[in-house]
Design a protein around this ligand. Structure first.
Ligand SMILES: Nc1ncnc2c1ncn2[C@@H]1O[C@H](COP(=O)(O)OP(=O)(O)OP(=O)(O)O)[C@@H](O)[C@H]1O
Ligand SMILES: [Mg+2]
Length: 345
């Protein structure tokens, strides 16, 4: 898939903004505060219905505007399509002028986002990596994020109950939340397990290098995983959860360890960590291609932050087939299409 044209109005510092991208390597360069990350954020919004930053949608509206409008023309294997995201009285998205939810828009545009200056979050904060894996899985199983949202909604209600239990514990209500959590959680854990296996196989196939992700579901046992086994785990932990007033098991606490030659990736230098993460992204791109017979659009913010020439060449060579939309403060002629953003945009 490929973004041919992007139009933005009233979004962050971008007003009456329009850009025609090339089909391969695009670089948006400009001084700090010119709006580079905002362009990437607008593309991410079209794919996922939200920002990659923890902000309320209203905060994305330009200080002097009452709403925003983002529109992209996309070419993918189903032809040319238009996606729009608007915030007027409320937020809504459209695919070819029909209202759409994010599981439909990511069918047309799947933005694969890598922040080259904040990549260490994926390594240092498990919640970030878990979200990244969830977005990856969503790219190849379009209903997966609905499962995750459903699970999170149920979990919220269970946690509410645990906080408010006080002296009169409603065991039957807790049991019924655990029943639906077990059913919904089982789907998530099974999909995560299968996906991590596929991703590890792809890493091995492409790089023939000892890099793998170990997945540890936050359950008492995963030997014979089923809705029943998860429900039994939740029963075993029930008293501790009541005492601690919160949920202690389930996909929201799953762990993923990135291992390089048997060592945790945390032990490597920041440039090495970036390269290993890039390898994971590269393997994902090939997996995406295998599953969807298409490529995602690769968004790389501050692509050259802390990257030496070798890593940069790796990036350029390895991602030669897909559309890249990268940003940097510096111009680089290695990109076929260069766009300069000025501060007043
Ligand atoms: N809602 C908003 N309305 C208007 N301007 C905003 C809004 N939100 C953020 N900005 C401003 O938009 C500008 C562009 O921010 P952005 O993060 O896109 O810049 P950038 O080009 O990526 O900069 P850097 O090189 O520092 O990463 C900043 O000056 C920021 O303060
Ligand atoms: Mg930026």
């Amino acid at each position: 898939m490929e973004v041919k044209k992007l139009e933005i109005n009233g979004f962050r510092n971008l007003n009456n903004f329009s850009i025609n991208f090339g089909d391969k390597k695009n670089l948006i360069f400009g001084v700090n505060g010119s709006g580079k990350t905002s362009v990437i954020e607008a593309l991410f919004l079209l794919g996922f219905g939200k920002s990659f930053l923890p902000v309320n949608k209203k905060e994305l509206v330009n200080f002097n505007a009452s709403g925003f409008f983002v529109k992209a023309e996309i070419l993918n294997k189903s032809g040319e399509n238009t996606l729009t995201a608007r915030l007027e009285k409320s937020f809504y998205m459209q695919a070819n002028s029909e209202k759409a939810v994010f599981s439909q828009t990511s069918h047309y545009l799947y933005p694969l986002f890598f922040s080259s200056s904040n990549y260490n979050y994926y390594i240092d904060y498990m919640a970030y990596f878990r979200k990244l894996m969830d977005r990856f899985i969503h790219g190849v199983h379009s209903l997966y994020l609905h499962d995750v949202l459903r699970y999170n909604n149920i979990l919220k209600q269970k946690n509410y109950l645990l906080k408010n239990l006080g002296k009169s514990i409603n065991h039957s209500e807790l049991n019924s939340w655990n029943t639906v959590l077990a059913e919904s959680g089982c789907k998530i854990v099974k999909k995560r397990m299968a996906f991590i296996n596929q991703l590890n196989d792809m890493i091995g196939e492409i790089f023939r290098f000892d890099l793998k992700i170990n997945y540890f579901p936050a359950l008492l046992t995963t030997a014979a995983l089923s809705e029943n086994s998860i429900f039994n785990d939740l029963c075993l932990i029930k008293n501790s959860e009541i005492n601690r007033k919160r949920s202690l098991l389930g996909p929201q606490r799953d762990r993923f360890d990135i291992m390089v030659s048997g060592k945790k990736v945390q032990l490597f230098s920041s440039g090495e960590k970036k390269k290993y993460l890039m390898m994971i992204f590269a393997a994902y791109i090939d997996l995406f291609r295998k599953e969807r017979n298409d490529y995602p659009v690769f968004l790389i913010d501050d692509y050259d932050a802390a990257m030496d020439e070798n890593n940069l060449n790796f990036l350029m060579d390895h991602f030669s087939k897909i559309q890249i939309i990268a940003t940097s403060v510096a111009k680089n002629e290695k990109f076929g299409h260069l766009f300069e953003l000025k501060k007043e945009n």
